[in-house]
Design a protein around this ligand. Structure first.
Ligand code: SME
Length: 170
């Protein structure tokens, strides 16, 4: 018997995908839609302690923090491509799962509570245009199931990049 991808997807991931799809369709604008998406991810998954979207700027050299939700603001509101785990994922176009941030020399520290991190690139027309960054306060909080789910979320977020990648507040 063959299984489709949809059958193997955990039910909570399917529910969140549907909610986020609806929230994006109903939001009054791109930024509100992206904000609602990070809020839904944060609220529905207990291990998603800090959830943010970085957009690549117009020059393609810097990531600029867009909507985020979590206990604290990050000082890393702009990250050069190639710097940190965020910059690595944007440069390579590969999802990064870091089980122990303190053991990864690339890690740019934001919060003392963070133990692990997942960064999932967002693509448009085959090019990286941004990424989802999630911090966890447990070691190894994220696995391949999170990666596949967040890659589907990333596809929903791709049309929400602001013009030139600059959020209105940046
Ligand atoms: N830790 C990230 C920087 C962004 S903060 O986690 C929000 C990194 O190493 O790139």
């Amino acid at each position: 018997m063959s299984h489709t991808v949809a059958e193997e997807r955990p039910v909570e991931h399917g529910d969140a995908l549907n909610l986020i799809r609806t929230a994006i369709a109903e939001a009054p604008g791109l930024e509100a839609a992206a904000q609602r998406a990070v809020e839904l991810l944060h609220d529905r998954f207990a291990h998603y302690d800090w959830v943010g979207i970085y957009w690549l700027d117009a020059t393609g050299t810097e990531l600029v923090l867009g909507p985020w939700i979590g206990p604290e603001a990050t000082e890393h509101t702009r990250i050069p491509l190639g710097s940190g785990i965020c910059g690595a994922a944007a440069a390579s176009g590969q999802t990064e799962i870091v089980a122990d941030v303190n053991a990864d020399p690339r890690y740019l520290a934001c919060f003392t509570s963070t133990q692990s991190e997942i960064v999932v690139p967002i693509f448009a027309d085959g090019q990286v245009t941004g990424e989802i960054d999630i911090d966890g306060s447990d070691l190894a909080a994220f696995d391949e199931t999170d990666a596949r789910f967040l890659e589907e979320i990333a596809a929903l977020l791709a049309p929400l990049r602001p013009r030139d990648g600059q959020p209105s507040a940046a």
